[in-house]
Design a protein around this ligand. Structure first.
Ligand code: XIL
Length: 456
């Protein structure tokens, strides 16, 4: 009896030793966006609306994942100064207190913008009067929050798409080109500690509009107009992350300003499906990686927490599903891709309702020669069976797939979307399928494709 007990204890000890030997290291990869970003010296934020803060999943997801908060509408002129010289900061103050209690940075958004501007401002036609109204608005609002704001979007969307000319607005018409620098000077005077940003959309890649912003920032830096950062809104469309986004951020950074991704979302035609979600994951990975590759790209902020409350379906009918959490606060493949691109990893706790867990994928190189290689991707189902899967690969520059087996590819530029063939679509829980391919790489075979997967 004792011998049996000893043997059992001995076996138990051996088992324990084996478990210890294979247990993951105590310092696992960061498991949330904010922790992973912090480990890279970055900030990861979200826009939030006071009206939703009472919904517990909304507030808890915000608090768990993000360390910067941008009030989605509460600091805009129509809310803060709806009639002349009558200021209202109630909802914004509530968001600011919440952010402070959570140790989140606050992005002020926005002091001067043609939109969500009360009618009384649009009616002013004297230059002196509008200049003093604008300065008064800035000094009152930036003064009210002074010391609490990490970054201000001082001026929003002042340039036109396409031409890069100044957008027609009451400020442009009545004050002229100088209104932007006057706004920055007033903001610096009202809150000397906030970093002051110019913010716009469609300036994510290099184009006439981002060229115009570049020229303005260069001019401001030369003449000592106070500007610290440029915000790229990054309201992007599925499969259309500009390939020169990193280069565009780098050229702005080289002017001596920080670069922030301020309103990131990647919209698709709804309803979403596994293939679109995998493409979206790949897109988010590209944006996060581009930012990490630029040392002055210090902040990444998504424009909302959940698809449920995203501005996209209201503004672009038929489109949506643009954010990192779905309508039920489940983590989407895009979440996992963004987290992994930040160097984090989903701990995948059993029972975590937010785990996408449907499929994961891994790439290996199986052969190589001077101007090419063979690769293999293995797609593995999580704890439930899947009826089908999609893998999205981004190839290195100049690399082309010349053959692919056990999968059905479709190519769009450097992005290859692979669907199963009939017999390897369905995967039992934990089961895997692999496809292989040959790559012609005349420019060099060093770069491995990056892969994200989804189901179906
Ligand atoms: C949007 C908000 O998300 C909506 O709730 C509101 O109805 C309209 O404005 N660029 C910006 C943001 O700078 O302020 C906009 O926010 C989205 C586009």
């Amino acid at each position: 009896m004792r011998r049996v007990l000893t043997a059992v204890l001995g076996a138990g000890a051996l088992l324990l030793a084996m478990l210890v030997a294979v247990a993951p290291p105590a310092s696992a990869a960061p498991g949330t966006l904010k922790e992973a970003a912090a480990a890279k010296g970055r900030v990861f934020g979200a826009a939030a609306a006071q009206g939703h803060m009472g919904e517990s999943a909304y507030a808890s997801t915000l608090d768990r994942e993000f360390n910067q908060l941008t009030p989605e509408n509460e600091m805009k002129w129509d809310t803060t100064e709806p009639s002349r010289n009558s200021f209202n900061y109630g909802a914004a103050d509530q968001l600011v207190s919440h952010a402070q209690a959570q140790g989140m940075k606050i992005r002020g958004h926005t002091l001067v913008w043609h939109s969500q501007l009360p009618g009384w401002v649009g009616g002013i036609s004297s230059r002196d009067e509008l200049l003093s109204v604008m300065r008064n608005h800035i000094s009152n609002e930036a003064g009210h929050f002074a010391g609490k704001i990490a970054y201000w979007d001082v001026v929003n969307e002042a340039f036109q798409d396409g031409s890069g000319a100044r957008r027609d607005s009451v400020f442009q018409r009545v004050i002229g080109d100088g209104y932007i620098e006057e706004a920055f000077r007033a903001a610096r005077a009202a809150d000397p500690t906030a970093k002051l940003c110019y913010n716009d959309y469609n300036i994510d890649g290099q184009n006439a509009k981002s060229n115009a912003v570049y020229t303005m920032v260069q001019d401001f830096k030369r003449r000592g107009v106070p500007i610290d950062c440029v915000g790229l809104q990054a309201h992007l469309i599925l499969g259309n992350v500009p390939s020169d986004m990193q280069a565009n951020m780098q050229r702005l950074a080289n002017l001596g300003v920080d670069v922030h991704i301020t309103e990131l979302d990647i919209r698709m035609n709804t309803p979403a499906d596994g293939s679109k979600l995998a493409t979206q994951a790949n897109d988010y990975r590209k944006v996060v990686s581009a930012c990490l590759a630029v040392s002055r790209c210090t902040v990444m902020t998504v424009w909302g927490i959940t698809d449920k409350y995203s501005w996209v379906p209201d503004t672009f009918p038929g489109e949506g599903a643009a954010l990192l959490f779905d309508d039920n606060y489940n983590k989407k493949p895009a979440y996992t891709a963004a987290l992994e691109a930040l160097g984090g990893g989903d701990p995948g706790d059993p029972g975590d309702p937010g785990d996408p867990g449907a499929v994961t994928c891994a790439y290996t190189r199986t052969a190589q020669w001077s101007n090419g290689f063979n690769g293999q991707v293995t797609v593995t189902a999580g704890s439930s069976a899947v009826g089908s899967w999609t893998a999205v690969m981004t190839m290195g520059s100049g690399q082309q797939i010349t053959a692919l087996w056990n999968g059905t590819p479709s190519t769009n530029g450097s992005v290859v979307t692979v669907k199963p063939v009939s017999w390897n679509a369905r995967l039992a829980a934990g089961a895997s399928a692999s496809f292989g391919f040959t790559v012609n790489a005349p420019g060099g075979n060093a770069t491995a494709p990056s892969v994200t997967c989804g189901s179906p």
